[in-house]
Design a protein around this ligand. Structure first.
Ligand code: NAG
Ligand code: NAG
Ligand code: NAG
Ligand code: NAG
Ligand code: NAG
Ligand code: NAG
Ligand code: NAG
Ligand code: NAG
Ligand code: NAG
Length: 632
């Protein structure tokens, strides 16, 4: 419904009849992007049920491991090839049955030494190949590095020549999952009593000042030992191990890690006391000082909401170093449980015995100070997290979070000084195909998102979505984009761009010359008339503001949801002309909904001069004079 004053409405109608009002409201909604500009895709030669992905930082290529095949594709040169990795000697699946398993599913594609490591199930006979310059080595026994059949509860960490994994080495035995060292040093595994039904999430190694202090951290969920009805069934954990662990001194402990400790990860909203206990994914953000390296943990809860909690490795290390062991009240031995010993030495058996029977520390790992609360939480059920740091023109650095939803889309969320802001939803797979993998290239600022049949390469700096509209460009608060010389540009192309990422009032940023007159709907309003500016309320969670010539003139809180956000001008005078913008804000996401430019048609016309007067404008002038006479 149009709530403009009758005279203005009539004028607008007349004007549009005469072709004066050409464009309607040009609504720019950069929030949901379905066909990302600059995105490229690679469709696999055939669909793959269990694809694995590998991308080397600062390259433009991707490797995809499929069933018996390795696909290579370079997004820059379109170079592509497929390598075959067939099953050798019919495999060994005879006893276990399923025809489905009787294939070589590639499960690992990684950089290894100077070349690549490719491993697969080998039809129940795990097998690996070294790959150098497209040349495969002879195959070697991959037990412990690749599973016997596709399995989701596996982690493999390749760190130089060392390989750690959670994969069992024998098909029949080993029902209890273990974390193993399978290459580099002697083989080691975790005691079967230290984890209860673990579901592994991710692992990393971390260099400390001294090589013998280097650690491995892995993140997992396990059954909560607290079985009371109000306790959550699963609990999220971080475990630590020393990289140079040499195992125990007795024959029973010789192949066991002696430096294992685990701690709970806490992610609780302090306001609602809502507990996000289900660790879904983590992303590691390294820093030059390992203590400041961070872990971004993505958690979900029973109701399908998600939260992101951020931890520092300094805090994690502190918990393992200083906390009491749960249930242990005896004296601490000289070498404390979890402590790394000097190179070449074994953990004393006394220390190992205490740690092995009390593997959990009492203190819990809390999110970063000072708030110790989630970075944010919302109602989406996110599956994966990635974090990219972007440094902008003013030298500040901002973290941008990429969160894969369960609907084939990715949310781009920025950590700003005044909180996080969801700036964009990228619908990567329009048919909502599940996102199998999301890889970030930090150097090239590219995102690689994979499904079971393709990979899409998306530039992180998609400034084109703001359509060279100053308000859209600046209001979005996208750290990759800014305003310069009449266009919305990437900070990677131009460091001088104007941005509005801080708490500056927005009016300081889009200046007169930046605003394209084409964006505005011209409304002719005669002096002394009444006029309504009407902004449609689309969401009851949003705030709506009307600005006139860049000054705030009206704020609407949606306490009366059935009403739109009006600004009423009782008696139009010369001060009321000019540019009006209605901006909505929801979850920190701002957008310009209505842009109107009120013009005094009489003056407008007379300024144009006689020579340009057409028949239409004469008719209009006639009408106008008539109307002014009628209503005045
Ligand atoms: C990334 O690769 C380009 C060439 O492709 C090279 O010039 C540049 O130095 C590399 N950057 C880093 C940080 O390695
Ligand atoms: C793969 O490379 C060939 C040339 O070797 C090219 O014709 C083809 O278009 C490429 N495939 C894709 C999907 O780009
Ligand atoms: C594979 O590469 C690793 C590391 O470079 C090496 O130790 C191993 O001998 C290689 N295996 C084969 C079969 O070439
Ligand atoms: C969560 O807890 C239930 C009950 O203890 C268990 O069956 C399930 O496997 C656990 N899931 C994970 C992912 O740890
Ligand atoms: C601004 O853009 C115009 C074209 O739109 C171009 O001619 C001019 O060189 C640009 N100025 C600068 C400083 O980049
Ligand atoms: C509104 O009028 C201005 C000034 O005459 C013009 O530049 C602009 O294109 C007009 N806007 C529309 C949407 O027609
Ligand atoms: C509207 O809401 C904002 C924040 O929610 C508040 O600061 C402001 O006072 C409210 N205004 C009115 C008119 O209720
Ligand atoms: C509108 O303002 C003008 C001048 O300020 C005044 O003469 C006129 O009476 C006002 N009209 C109404 C309807 O208030
Ligand atoms: C707003 O701008 C218009 C034209 O640019 C001018 O006529 C009007 O007086 C201005 N009003 C205010 C309140 O600044």
């Amino acid at each position: 419904m149009d709530r403009r004053s009758p005279i203005a409405l009539f004028m607008a109608l007349c004007a549009s009849q005469l072709g004066v009002l050409a464009a309607g409201h040009s609504k720019v909604n950069p929030r949901i992007i379905t066909a990302p500009q600059g995105a490229k895709e690679y469709v696999f030669p055939r669909s793959e049920k269990y694809p694995v992905f590998y991308h080397k930082e600062n390259s433009s290529a991707i490797y995809i491991g499929g069933e018996g095949k390795l696909y290579y594709y370079d997004f820059a040169t379109y170079e592509n090839y497929t390598e075959d990795f067939p099953v050798k000697n019919e495999g060994q699946c005879m006893t276990s049955g399923s025809l489905e398993d009787n294939k070589n599913y590639l499960t690992l594609v990684e950089k290894y030494g100077d070349g690549m490591l490719v491993c697969g199930t080998g039809a129940c006979a795990p097998t690996c190949w070294n790959l150098t310059q497209r040349k495969e080595s002879t195959s070697w026994d991959g037990r412990g590095i690749a599973p016997f059949t596709p399995d989701s509860n596996t982690l493999v960490v390749v760190d130089g020549h060392d390989i750690y994994s959670t994969i069992k080495k024998s098909q029949q035995n080993g029902k209890i999952p273990r974390f193993r060292r399978v290459r580099g040093g002697g083989e080691l595994y975790t005691s079967d009593t230290v984890m209860q039904n673990p579901q592994f999430v991710k692992a990393t190694t971390l260099r400390h000042e001294e090589p013998h202090q280097d650690k491995i951290y892995y993140f997992f969920r396990e059954d909560n030992p607290d079985k009371s009805p109000e306790a959550p069934r699963n609990i999220s954990r971080v475990a630590q191990l020393c990289k140079e662990d040499k195992g125990g001194t007795s024959s029973l402990s010789a192949s066991k890690w002696t430096t294992f400790l685990k701690a709970s990860l806490i992610c609780v909203d302090p306001v609602t006391k809502g507990n996000f206990n289900w660790l879904q994914d983590v992303f590691f953000v390294p820093a030059s000082d390992w203590r400041r390296s961070k872990v971004y943990g993505l958690f979900t809860n029973t109701w399908g909401s998600s939260a992101v909690c951020v931890y520092s490795f300094g805090d994690i290390d502190n918990v393992f170093r200083t906390s009491k062991l749960k249930g242990y009240n005896g004296p601490n031995p000289e070498i404390k449980p979890g402590q790394c010993v000097s190179s070449g030495q074994h953990t004393p058996s006394e220390t190992f015995k205490i740690a092995d029977s009390h593997p959990e520390v009492e203190d819990r790992v809390e999110p970063l100070s000072p708030t110790k609360s989630p970075l944010f939480h919302n109602k989406h059920r996110y599956q994966k997290i990635g974090v990219h740091e972007v440094s902008v023109g003013d030298g500040r650095r901002y973290n941008v979070l990429y969160l894969a939803t369960d609907k084939g889309s990715v949310h781009k969320i920025v950590e700003l000084l005044d909180g996080v802001q969801n700036i964009m939803e990228l619908q990567v797979f329009p048919k909502k195909d599940p996102i199998q993998s999301m890889i970030l290239d930090h150097k090239r600022a590219m995102l690689y998102v994979g499904s079971t049949n393709k990979v899409v390469e998306i530039p992180m700096d998609m400034c084109g979505v703001y359509r060279n509209n100053c308000h859209s460009c600046l209001l979005a608060r996208d750290p990759y984009c800014g305003w310069f010389n009449g266009t919305c540009q990437s900070v990677y192309l131009n460091r001088e761009v104007r941005q509005n990422l801080n708490l500056d009032p927005w009016r300081g940023t889009c200046q007169k010359g930046d605003i394209k007159e084409d964006d505005y709907q011209n409304i002719t309003v005669v002096p002394f008339s009444r006029y309504y500016l009407n902004c449609p309320i689309e969401s009851h969670y949003a705030t709506y503001n009307w600005y006139h010539n860049n000054s705030l003139i009206k704020t609407c809180n949606t306490t009366h949801p059935q009403q739109d956000c009006f600004h009423f001008i009782q008696n139009v005078s010369h001060v009321h002309y000019g540019h009006y913008v209605c901006i909505s804000e929801e979850d920190g996401f701002k957008q310009a909904l209505v842009k109107e430019r009120l013009v005094n048609q009489l003056r407008f016309m007379s300024q144009k001069g006689q020579a340009t007067m057409t028949f239409g404008s004469w008719l209009q002038l006639l009408l106008m004079v008539l109307l002014v006479e009628l209503f005045h």
